[in-house]
Write a protein that binds this ligand. Structure first.
Ligand code: SAM
Ligand code: SF4
Length: 361
């Protein structure tokens, strides 16, 4: 092992504060002993903070309309080749009821940035979904006004997922025309002020990204003190400007996840659908490198092929029951179990009642 790796690793192992330089070294762990040590430490940190529980978050992708034109995403407004849909509210509520029957503790309502929904309409959707079962609701509908976030929170939304995508402001502006990293971060701060549990995250392998950018991604997540961080590979979509860019590297994604686990011990980290798309065993590997959450797709079968943020998205040819069963098997095979709780942030639980923490894992 290289001397600088040993030095950074020892700091990570004894819980010392990690600098940007340390993170950069860890993110470049070499194949063999260095990677093995990094993954082992991340797994131990996950075990210590979350035990063997895996939290499931059932996603309902309720609209694939989007006003934005992100260079990486198949839902971008310039993509005229996809059929657009909005799932009618009664169907969303029926899906949520089905999730309740399966024992889900969280529903994620995700969509493109679809201006057809007013803040009030989104709030009404949240109210009805909350009535369908005893779950936490995570909303993931992009950048909205502060008032809209407020309305959704008042309607019962517990968490909001807004990935910062990349901490490199120039790269962000280039890949997301008309938007800025500063505006994104401003919203993440609003969400915090409004009392949401906040989720963010980034893609690994965006063209132009460096290992230092990844270190900055992790430092930003730490600064924002996020309750959840979605870290997954970029996957090219053939109907986007990035169609010829290579996908994010599997090992680099796993290393980023592992370093995130070490830097953010109490943050929920999903084994993303994107990593499951990149490699058939991707989610299993992610669970072994620090991940403790999976987000199965519960969108009704007729819609999921149309929610193509990238091609061949894992689970896009299944129905909700198949997706759930596949994930349940995966969790069992990984030697873990499905949590029966809502999977709130340990930070939240700890704040409310330090004594119940161990039981809620
Ligand atoms: N429109 C909302 C937004 O952008 O925040 C929520 C939906 S968007 C489809 C959800 C996530 O998909 C984004 O945060 C982005 O990280 C991810 N995504 C989009 N295109 C991707 C791609 N080609 N590869 C991997 N992830 C991608
Ligand atoms: Fe729209 Fe989100 Fe895709 Fe960007 S990533 S085009 S905002 S759905």
């Amino acid at each position: 092992m290289r001397q600088d790796f040993i030095k950074a690793f020892n700091k990570a192992a004894d819980g010392s504060q990690l600098t940007r330089a340390d993170l950069t070294v860890l993110l470049q762990a070499q194949a063999g002993e260095e990677e093995a040590k990094l993954f082992e430490l991340a797994d131990a940190v996950r075990q210590k903070n979350f035990g063997n529980a895996v939290h499931l978050r059932g996603i309902i992708e309720f609209s694939n309309f989007c006003r934005n034109d992100c260079h990486y995403c198949g839902l971008r407004r310039s993509n005229r080749a996809i059929r657009r849909y909005r799932i009618p509210l009664p169907e969303i509520v029926a899906t949520a009821k089905y999730a309740a029957d399966l024992g889900y503790g969280t529903i994620v309502l995700q969509a493109g940035e679809d201006p057809a929904y007013s803040g009030e309409q989104l709030a009404e959707m949240i109210r009805q979904v909350k009535e369908a079962g005893d779950f936490a609701v995570t909303v993931c509908v992009g950048e909205r006004s502060r008032r809209d976030y407020e309305l959704m929170r008042e309607a019962g939304a517990d968490r909001y997922l807004l990935k910062h995508e990349t901490a490199d402001a120039a790269l962000f502006a280039g890949l997301r025309p008309g938007t800025s990293l500063a505006e994104r971060i401003k919203r993440l701060k609003w969400l915090r002020e409004l009392g949401y549990q906040v989720g963010s995250g980034n893609m690994v392998g965006l063209p132009g990204q460096t290992v230092e950018t990844l270190a900055d991604d992790l430092l930003l997540l730490k600064e924002l003190d996020v309750e959840m961080a979605g870290i997954g590979p970029f996957i090219p979509h053939h109907q986007t400007p990035l169609k010829d860019s290579p996908a994010g590297d599997l090992k680099q994604t796993l290393k980023t996840l592992a370093v995130a686990r070490i830097l953010l011990p109490q943050t929920h980290l999903p084994a993303t659908t994107a990593i499951g798309t990149l490699h058939p065993a991707g989610r299993r590997m992610a669970l072994a490198c620090g991940a403790n959450v999976i987000m199965p797709n519960l969108s009704p079968a007729g819609y999921r092929q149309l929610y193509q943020i990238y091609p061949e998205k894992a689970g896009s040819k299944e129905n909700p029951e198949e997706s759930h069963e596949k994930i349940a098997r995966l969790v069992k095979e990984a030697g873990r179990y499905i949590s029966t709780g809502r999977g709130d942030s340990p930070k939240e639980i700890f704040k409310k009642s330090p004594d119940t923490w161990a039981g809620e894992r």
